[in-house]
Design a protein around this ligand. Structure first.
Ligand code: ATP
Ligand code: MG
Length: 593
């Protein structure tokens, strides 16, 4: 391919819309263009990258015995009603685009395909003899993300590989899960990515295993915690740790203290000389539940700990036996809108009376009270006095009406000891989630009544797994992991071209002729090569070549008269001056060892 025919439009300036390096570079190098919020066009070179990734994914999925299929993107609402997800996915902050057809029937644009595939499986797979089956597709997904950002990282239309497996037994599911784990490791390694598998949140369905693959990069949206002995890695949403011990507290008389202007843990500690680990802080939150109810929560944490919202949401789902759509801190304005007296924010104790909620317009009028284990394990502590500007010191749980049940609700943090080995410490890194494998169990097959006949002739719901890879996100994650100040450094396996021949001065007949000859030699050897034949200044062409990030470059310049060229590796910037025949043979040896 010739650059003059390539529709190459590069930008010198960093586009204002792009915050992170990979997004800036993909725009500047002419790989993608924004069409709308979270909507991008993959320009021809980007499409080649996507095809390369797709090809690797397809090979590895096929090798693992999965079957490729293609499912519809228009989903009848009825299917999602049956799984119980229609409401949650379309109302409020739900992410499913949905529409009505000319007959007034509701449809959703597929954000994921559990419903469609599970109902098909129920139809097609009748006997244990047909199992296990693993079906995958590579397709555009639609999600009306609340905050689309970072280009392809969080789009509203993006390409995903999703796979779903069906099994007669849990052991068989575990086997497929392990095979997918293996396939994913191969896929990311082949794509030239350093992707770390981490324990991931699997929602409120207890027991089910789930693992995410994280491309480590500072711009990643996820926080991952890894142990320094290399044996543990988890998304912070899921991570567990041993908390630091609470500071010692001398015996003292229980008393009420005036604490004006001391509504934060920091100000309390400063004014009262208390240690944060000896204070119980109580968060006042409102959970929006799947059935439409609005549930006020009192969540008690040790003052030096932070709430993990994912853990909270899972505990709530289990306790209330329904999904949580969202959760946020209650504000003074909101209590006003409920027609309630202002709550003593900043001085709330775990025993705040339900009477505060009496007469609320739309909220449930009793608190759900939850406490983190680090809080329930404290024998003595200080806490809010349930009236403005008052706290209670040297309390114990008995004086507050009894020690509540403790749940793990806190964030594990870097520096804390690991559960598997108290000598090891957690470290934090940021990551981009490029893949997710998940043992779903029988949640969807039961909801959609998708069943097969087992060995004993009885009907049973399938055991299911699901396995996703964000293909378009992966392409950008590769840039985030492989770039320098001059541009992209594509890993060779997913680069749009393997090599580029740059003719410094195309007006110079010797250079032009050697450029053409080198280009055709490489083409004939099967190299996917680009020839920069533009009538641009050499500097412009070198800058563009750096920017677009083709792994190998042959520069034909002044030394062409002596038959010499430069061979440059983009990532290391290592340059060798060689006779042209040696340059091409050395390049071929590197590409096809
Ligand atoms: P996230 O937590 O980042 O929102 P998710 O957990 O909702 O993602 P999954 O349902 O597990 O995503 O989807 C499988 C894969 O699809 C993810 O691992 C990710 O790589 C990719 N993906 C998900 N949402 C997007 C998006 N909005 N844009 C691009 N890729 C995405
Ligand atoms: Mg995920």
């Amino acid at each position: 391919m010739r650059v003059s025919r390539q529709m190459l439009v590069t930008l010198r300036d960093v586009p204002a819309e792009a915050e992170i390096a990979s997004h800036q570079l993909l725009l500047r190098a002419g790989y993608i263009r924004r069409v709308g919020s979270g909507i991008y066009a993959y320009l021809p070179m980007m499409w080649k990258v996507i095809q390369r990734i797709t090809c690797i994914v397809r090979e590895e999925m096929n090798r693992a015995g999965a079957l490729e299929t293609l499912l519809p993107q228009l989903h009848p609402s009825e299917l999602w009603q049956r799984s119980g997800r229609w409401q949650g996915y379309t109302a409020g902050e739900g992410i499913m685009f949905h529409l009505e057809d000319r007959q007034g029937r509701e449809l959703g644009l597929g954000p994921t395909h559990e419903e469609v595939i599970t109902s098909l499986a129920g139809d097609l797979l009748r006997s244990y003899r047909q199992l296990p089956v693993n079906l995958y597709q590579i397709q555009t997904k639609f999600r009306d993300e609340i905050r689309p950002r970072f280009g392809l990282m969080r789009g509203r239309e993006f390409i995903m590989k999703d796979a779903y497996s069906f099994h007669a037994t849990e052991e068989s599911l575990q086997d497929s899960y392990a095979a997918m784990d293996e396939a994913y490791r191969r896929i990311f390694a082949r794509c030239g990515l350093d992707a770390v598998p981490v324990d991931a949140d699997s929602g409120a369905i207890g027991g089910a295993a789930s693992q995410e693959f994280m491309v480590t990069a500072d711009a990643g949206e996820d926080l991952i915690l890894t142990s320094d002995d290399g044996l543990y890695a988890a998304n912070q949403e899921k991570a567990i740790s041993c908390p630091d011990d609470a500071a010692p507290l001398d015996v003292g008389e229980p008393a009420t203290v005036e604490t004006p202007g001391q509504g934060s843990i920091e100000s309390l500690c400063k004014a009262q000389g208390w240690h944060p680990s000896r204070i119980i802080k109580v968060l006042l939150l409102l959970a929006r539940m799947e059935d439409g109810s609005e549930q006020p929560l009192l969540v008690s944490l040790r003052g030096d700990q932070e709430l993990n919202e994912v853990k909270l949401s899972n505990v709530l789902t289990r306790l209330l036996e329904q999904g949580v759509l969202g959760c946020h801190p209650i504000t003074v304005e909101e209590t006003g809108r409920q027609g309630l007296d202002p709550l003593p924010l900043g001085a709330i104790g775990p025993d705040l009376d339900d009477a505060w909620l009496e007469g609320a317009r739309s909220w449930t009028t009793t608190f759900v009270r939850l406490a983190d284990i680090t809080a329930t394990e404290l024998d003595r502590f200080h806490c809010g006095g349930n009236s403005p500007d008052q706290h209670r010191c040297h309390c114990n749980w008995e004086s507050l009406g009894g020690r509540p049940e403790g749940h793990d609700l806190r964030k594990a943090r870097a520096g804390e000891a690991c559960v598997h080995n108290r000598e090891a410490r957690l470290q934090e890194r940021r990551g981009i989630e490029v893949g997710h494998i998940f043992q779903l169990g029988r949640k969807y097959s039961e909801a959609l009544d998708s069943r097969f006949t087992n060995e004993n002739g009885r009907d049973e719901a399938f055991w299911m797994g699901c396995y996703g890879i964000g293909i378009s996100r992966l392409a950008q994650a590769a840039v985030e992991q492989h770039h320098d100040e001059a541009g992209i450094c594509w890993p060779i396996a997913i680069a749009p071209f393997e090599a580029i021949v740059v003719v410094a001065n195309i007006q110079d007949e010797t250079q032009r002729a050697l450029g053409e000859a080198t280009y055709s030699t490489l083409l004939q050897a099967g190299v996917d090569v680009l020839l920069d034949d533009r009538k641009e200044r050499a500097g412009v062409k070198f800058k563009d070549a750096d920017l677009i990030g083709i792994p190998w470059r042959i520069v034909i310049g002044r030394d062409a008269a002596e038959g010499n060229v430069e061979l440059i590796e983009r990532s290391s910037r290592e340059m060798r001056k060689l006779p042209h025949a040696e340059a091409t043979s050395s390049l071929l040896r590197s590409l096809r060892p």
